[in-house]
Design a protein around this ligand. Structure first.
Ligand SMILES: C[S@@+](CC[C@H](N)C(=O)[O-])C[C@H]1O[C@@H](n2cnc3c(N)ncnc32)[C@H](O)[C@@H]1O
Length: 243
């Protein structure tokens, strides 16, 4: 598979300047604040990464199943943040393999520490921007579920172009989801919910799921973002699509 190696974040941090990053992938959905990486967080990252991390820089295309003891349907949790829902889901569903994708490294260290402490075996993590990761590393029709829960809403109009649920991301979602694969979006920011619905409507292969039952029988765990939304009086919305 064709790769554009300079796009990936780990490589960018080592080899490319911030100006070049913006040039190559403008309007990213995140801002890297590595200054907050404390020595303890860095130690956790270095200690557990060999067990739970998936390095993407040496591989032309990732065979994600090779990182798991058992081959079973793959679910990507995109932007897992503090990892509360990822850990909870992985324990709830030992019949699925989970790959968490997150750009924020301090969070990844803490999540790996908890995976180790709780002896969770069906989770691996990738530290990349999900857009070039999908474009360059993930095979077509290889994923059963894609979860994007509480993506950064970028509420200011001039920042809407940074939102993750955009055509460059959805093109890849449509490509990597296998038959009957599921895209599950959740947000407490209603203007973004409406925007997401409009964006996904341009992809007729992603059909809105109307039944109350989740196609993968996943129940979204409560997280701090959900609690924050409720505290602010926001309505929570789950948008579920099936390929
Ligand atoms: C608001 S948090 C939500 C965290 C989590 N999903 C939850 O529900 O608690 C959004 C997360 O997405 C991550 N993120 C944003 N854009 C990303 C991208 N392009 N690739 C990977 N992670 C991304 C951010 O670093 C942040 O941790």
């Amino acid at each position: 598979m064709h790769r554009r190696p300079l796009l990936l974040k780990t490589q960018l941090q080592h080899a490319v300047t911030e100006t070049e990053i913006e040039h190559r992938r403008p309007n990213r959905s995140f801002v890297i604040r590595e200054g907050r990486f404390t020595p303890a967080q860095r130690k956790a990252f270095d200690q557990y990464w060999p067990d739970y991390g998936i390095a993407t820089d040496k591989l032309p295309a990732l065979n994600l199943q090779q990182y798991f003891a058992v081959e079973q349907p793959l679910v990507l949790d995109i932007g897992f943040g503090a990892g509360d829902s990822l850990l909870s889901l992985a324990k709830q569903r030992p019949d699925l393999n989970f790959v968490g994708v997150e750009v924020y490294r301090p969070g990844i260290g803490a999540v790996m520490q908890r995976l180790h402490q709780q002896e969770i075996k069906n989770v691996r993590l990738i530290n990349e921007d999900v857009v070039p990761l999908l474009e360059d590393c993930i095979a077509s029709a290889s994923i059963t579920g894609l979860l994007v829960w509480f993506p950064d809403p970028w509420p200011k109009k001039r920042h809407h172009k940074r939102r993750l649920i955009r055509p460059n991301f959805l093109d890849q979602v449509q490509r990597v989801l296998g038959p009957q694969g599921v895209l599950h979006l959740a947000s407490d920011w209603q203007p973004y919910v409406v925007d997401m619905q409009e964006q996904v409507a341009a992809y007729p292969e992603l059909k809105p799921q109307t039944s109350a039952s989740h196609p993968l029988a996943i129940s979204r765990p409560d997280t701090r973002f959900q609690q924050r939304g409720l505290r602010l009086g926001h309505t929570l919305s789950d948008l579920i699509y099936r390929r």
